[in-house]
Design a protein around this ligand. Sequence first.
Ligand code: HEM
Length: 416
Amino acid sequence: MSTTAPRELRLEDVDLADHDNFVAAVPHEMFALLRREDPVYFQHEPDGPGFWCITRYDDISAVHRDWETFSSELGGTSLQDLEPEHIEARKSMIDMDPPRHNQLRALVNKGFTPRAVKAYEEKIRELIRGILDDALPLGELDFVEKVASELPMRVFAEMLGAPQEDRRYIVELGDKLLGNTDPEFADPEELERHRHLPFSSPVALEMFEYGRKLADERRRHPQDDIITKLVQATVDGEPLTQREFDVYFILLATAGNETTRHTISSGLLALIEFPEQLERLRREPDLYATAAEEMLRWATPVHHFRRTATKDVQFGGKLIRRGDKVTTWFTSGNRDEEYFVGGDQFDVSRAPNPHMTFGPGGVHFCLGAHLARLEVRIVFEELVPRLRSVELAGRSDRLRSNFFNGIKRLPVRVTL
Ligand code: HEM
């Protein structure tokens, strides 16, 4: 019987445009090859102009720090090729450059500082205890549905000032928006017809409507929450326009939920796959903070963001032309051998851990980073001591997306 060794991966096998390559697992071997052999790689697209893929840590940082050359505003931050009027109609601050970006970010920034977020610590602990009390006695459960998706939404409903009973509704809308390349959540023809909306999704209209209802309510009864801040805000003496409010609301309601959820799911999956790390965490509870950072690195829920070159520029030995799409792959930066020793290993004690899961720095660095860190740490501080054992009870199911590293379902069996 003859056995043929699997052929070594070559550059011509790399395809980061194909969402299918992200379904079974993150194609880490493609990223390792690119970092080694072609760190500023041009990816052809079947139905687009193609895009540059920046895969080394230092290069990703350089792109994000130079917003004048690599703009978020010129073409937006998603890979889609949109007409200027569509970009304009749907852009929130994440798709803007300074100075407008900074003015809009300043409206809510204070609510997300380490100190502001710390005030939620006890609330978060109380919420997660309640969630675990309900979920774990089931014995066998979908961890995504029962735990990971619950906490971020409950915390955010609290900060946003949305009624807790609406949280499932907001989660479902968010799933449909962010899963827009997965047939389980979206229909490609619908997306084509709604290019003027965030995520090209008609679901954005429902989300707008929900945000407007909350805003009306807060205009009548102001509270100490983010919606009230947005309805009372002025920029250059003017209140936000309806469109500015709508897209701001969608950004806030989506940016923190799925990302934090996927980190929590992926964190548990890592503890199941690396049982010695789970044991270590049990033995050394001082490690929860470094474990949370490692889960964030390991999960990297946002694979990449896009920028657009504002001029011709030589970068990493390649000529990037004005108007070219440039993608920065945090997934790859987070395993860059120059920064992470044994990056393919999950290590709850990893320190230092300069991951770029929230972006590599620069004006768009994740607004919710402190909040997400806190949530992830507290979930595992509360979860691990309760578990006598945990194992997979079926196959975990991944999102079809080269943008979002999502786990849709994670069936587990636990004993307490
Ligand atoms: C594990 C959870 C999270 C991950 C992985 C994540 C990831 C990211 C990334 C990669 C960026 C873009 C950074 C850049 O371009 O340099 C970003 C921006 C942003 N994130 Fe997060 N995020 C998370 C949680 C949150 C939470 C809880 C919120 C709360 C609202 C949030 C709100 C935002 C906002 C508003 C922006 C845009 C910031 C700007 O344009 O200035 N994120 N996030």
